[in-house]
Design a protein around this ligand. Structure first.
Ligand SMILES: CC(C)(COP(=O)(O)OP(=O)(O)OC[C@H]1O[C@@H](n2cnc3c(N)ncnc32)[C@H](O)[C@@H]1OP(=O)(O)O)[C@@H](O)C(=O)NCCC(=O)NCCS
Length: 139
């Protein structure tokens, strides 16, 4: 397995089977151009088998932290350590960028994700409730 940072829209498009929906060219370009946004893709024999995305967040009193935005491993490649390896690779990248920590929000019934993050050293920081403001219907 080889983990590499996505640098082009073509790499993102080739990995879209790992996303919840199709990759749109304009959003790929915006993602790649956005400071503090990154995606690491795990390749097995050249095939995109998993991905993790991260977004750096900075606040005046908190410094910079990494939010693990999405983690996904294709079903055929699960339970081989790829999700754990991607999570650790993002944490390593966050540390290299000077982030003071990394966090992720997880559904409390997502046993695979909870096990993966625990396996990658995450601490349980408690439950929180999420609220949203849908602003457009094309997302
Ligand atoms: C969560 C996900 C990324 C895990 O990927 P994976 O490559 O199968 O995970 P790994 O093989 O690296 O497993 C890491 C650890 O979690 C455990 N684990 C993985 N899947 C599990 C499951 N379904 N039930 C229980 N434990 C599980 C493994 O046993 C391993 O534990 P260990 O290190 O103590 O041996 C994958 O199941 C997935 O893509 N799920 C759908 C998307 C998703 O829910 N993403 C997370 C959003 S927050």
């Amino acid at each position: 397995m080889d983990i590499r940072r996505a640098r082009s829209a073509a790499e993102l498009a080739a990995a879209e089977g790992l996303f919840d929906g199709p990759a749109r060219p304009e959003w790929c370009e915006r993602f790649l151009a956005a400071s503090g946004h990154l995606m690491l893709i795990a390749y097995v024999d050249g095939v995109p088998a998993g991905m993790v995305s991260g977004v750096e967040m900075t606040h005046p009193d908190k410094g910079t932290e990494m939010c693990l935005y999405e983690l996904s491993v294709a079903e055929a490649y699960r339970r081989r350590g790829i999700g754990r390896a991607l999570t650790l690779a993002l944490a390593e990248e966050a540390e290299a960028r000077g982030c003071h920590g990394m966090w992720v929000g997880v559904d409390t019934d997502n046993e695979a994700a909870l096990a993966t993050y625990a396996s990658a050293g995450a601490e349980d920081e408690g439950l929180f409730s999420m609220r949203g403001w849908p602003l457009r219907d094309d997302a």
